[in-house]
Design a protein around this ligand. Structure first.
Ligand code: ATP
Ligand code: MG
Length: 553
């Protein structure tokens, strides 16, 4: 921690970490990011990643990446791989500290034996439904199971049989023996193990029983020597159980601290719901650029830095709030304004013929790659007799204050010449403008205005003959409602924005983009920030994703 950082600037968790170090309660800091490999990471996870890895690095500690792989029914190696890729991409490093809760299955089993021997856990033969029924409600205490007083000897025997696969799924469970009348339902003899006859992606068919989240999580934290176990607010009521297990086992005690989860407007952040969007084909996979997943944002063109900055701005508190998507968009614009290479592209082309420009001539004009970064240099852009401009940059009969092209008016073509509209061709039937005719002033090359003429409009263009055609994917919000989960009657999928993806196959790009790199962010001047699609783009058919528009609309 740098000496100049005062406590006032720290969030409540960092303040606590700092205090724990200063008071000597902790000698070093160990945090962890504990994803369950049952889906891809989303922007909410990014908040947790930035927090856990951030604290570790600020306080000279370490942060483990631990897969919470305790439910083989839902977990998969594909998810493990994607999570690793995403955390690395976000810019974090766990060094040698990559762990799996499944690595602790033997140790957890031993811990369970200890609780059984101490009379703190028992094998229950009630059905899952009965267990639920006996649990009681918030206003009513629970009821004790008739199997609650089995002797430790019998429990050990039954638990070993569970382990050896001698019971079917649902026949029995191991429960902690705590208090069926506790005001905290989590303490009403929670289930620690259930029989699950499924192969695990790491332990194969070794186990017929698998630990429940609350049992696996805290003990995994303890085994790893975690000092501060940071989790979201819904686990606040689990903390007494977290502490109870550690106390009964008399092992290293991490401190669980809860913070509010990140919610984002116009999207959903729950793996279950994101899974539904993927499996029911509302989107094209977990990394669809409309998804709020880290892989989706990456494919769309978001930078890791913009996501980290966003998480920092969001901060860490205990207040529940939904962040506005526009805050995230602000963060990516801010970053790309500094980094993106400027190029010219026309998405909705209208042909312009420069009537006094020599047929067949190609002039290479200088264009600035990034006005925010001189070191990005310049490039050559070919200028020819036939060009494309945006259809919206010409009007036959413009309103006042329209400074772009219209009959008789002059505009500046970016990096090229001042041109004057002298004529246009219109389709008699459809009334569509087919072509605009202009003359150019050779004296005005590169933005030069020799006679001090006032030119109010500058528009972008590409050569009609020296450009490349490409596919552009434009994205809008995935949902039409700010909070698609708010309606108690309707499923969130009913609020999907059916116009969230627009595919444009008639765009023209300046020729330099033939060499476009999937690692570079581009600004198409006046149109927004774009990135080559890492999945579908091919040399013969370039595909670009619009990351974000230039301004908030
Ligand atoms: P989801 O609710 O999306 O299914 P999860 O909590 O089940 O997510 P995990 O893989 O268990 O997913 O999450 C790993 C870590 O990320 C946990 O510590 C969890 O608290 C944290 N996390 C998950 N969602 C958010 C969020 N929206 N904001 C902040 N942290 C989150
Ligand atoms: Mg979870």
């Amino acid at each position: 921690m740098s000496e100049t950082t005062s406590t006032e600037n720290l969030d409540f968790i960092r303040t606590r970490v700092k205090d724990d170090l200063e008071s000597g309660k902790r000698q070093n800091i160990v945090t962890r990011f504990p994803p369950e490999p049952n889906g891809y990471l989303h922007i909410g996870h990014a908040k947790s990643i930035c927090l856990n890895f951030g604290i570790a690095s600020e306080f000279d500690g370490k942060c483990n990446l631990r897969f919470d792989d305790t439910n083989p029914a839902k977990e998969d190696q594909e998810y493990v791989d994607s999570i690793i890729e995403d955390v690395i991409w976000l810019g974090y490093n766990w060094g040698d500290n990559l762990f799996f809760a499944s690595d602790y299955f033997d140790q957890l089993f031993e811990y369970a034996i200890k609780l059984i021997k101490n009379g703190k856990a028992y094998v229950d033969s009630l059905s899952m439904d009965q267990i639920r029924e006996y649990r009681g409600t918030l206003s009513e205490p629970g009821k004790e199971s008739p199997y609650r007083d089995r002797t430790p000897e019998l429990n050990l025997e039954l638990f070993n049989k569970m382990k050896n696969g001698e019971f079917d799924e649902g026949e029995c469970v191991l429960r902690a023996k705590i208090d069926m009348s506790s005001g905290n339902i989590n303490l009403r003899d929670p289930v620690m193990y259930r029989v699950l006859k499924k192969d695990h992606h790491r332990t194969g068919d070794k186990w017929s029983i698998y630990p429940m989240y609350d049992w696996a999580h805290g003990q995994s934290d303890s085994i790893e020597g975690i000092t501060h176990s940071l989790c979201t607010l819904e686990f606040e009521d689990h903390r007494p159980l977290y502490d109870w297990f550690l106390e009964q086992l008399d092992i290293h005690r991490p401190q669980q601290i809860e913070f509010s989860r990140l919610n984002l407007s116009y999207t959903v952040l729950s793996k279950r719901k994101l899974m539904k969007l993927v499996s029911e084909n509302y989107v094209n996979g977990w990394d669809d650029p409309r998804m709020p997943t880290i892989s989706g944002f990456r494919r769309r063109g978001y930078t890791a830095e913009s996501i980290r900055n966003f998480c920092e701005k969001v901060g860490v508190t205990k207040q529940q709030a939904t962040m506005d998507m526009s805050l995230l968009e602000h963060s990516i614009r801010d970053d790309l304004n500094k980094k993106a290479l400027r190029v010219m592209a026309v998405l909705d082309p209208l042909k312009v013929v420069i009537t006094n420009y020599p047929e067949g001539q190609v002039e290479e004009l200088d264009a600035i790659n990034n006005p925010e970064d001189e070191s990005a240099g310049t490039r050559k852009v070919p200028f020819t007799k036939e060009l494309y401009i945006e259809r919206s940059d010409f009007m036959e009969d413009p309103p006042k204050k329209y400074f772009r092209l219209f009959p008789g008016n002059e505009v500046r073509l970016r990096y090229a010449y001042i041109v004057k509209c002298v004529d246009f061709v219109k389709d008699d039937k459809t009334r569509e403008i087919l072509e605009v005719h202009c003359t150019y002033d050779p004296e005005t090359k590169g933005g030069n205005t020799p006679d001090g003429r006032k030119i109010k409009g500058t528009i972008h263009w590409v050569s009609a003959t020296e450009s490349i055609k490409s596919e552009i994917r434009l994205y809008d919000r995935l949902f039409t409602e700010e909070n698609p989960e708010n309606d108690s009657e309707k499923d969130f999928t009913e609020f999907i924005n059916t116009d969230s993806l627009t595919i444009n196959t008639s765009a023209y790009l300046e020729r330099n983009l033939e060499q476009a790199s999937p690692d570079i962010n581009y600004q198409f001047e006046r149109l927004g920030y774009f990135k080559l699609d890492s999945v579908d783009s091919k040399k013969a058919n370039l595909v670009f994703n619009r990351t974000v528009t230039l301004r908030d609309s």
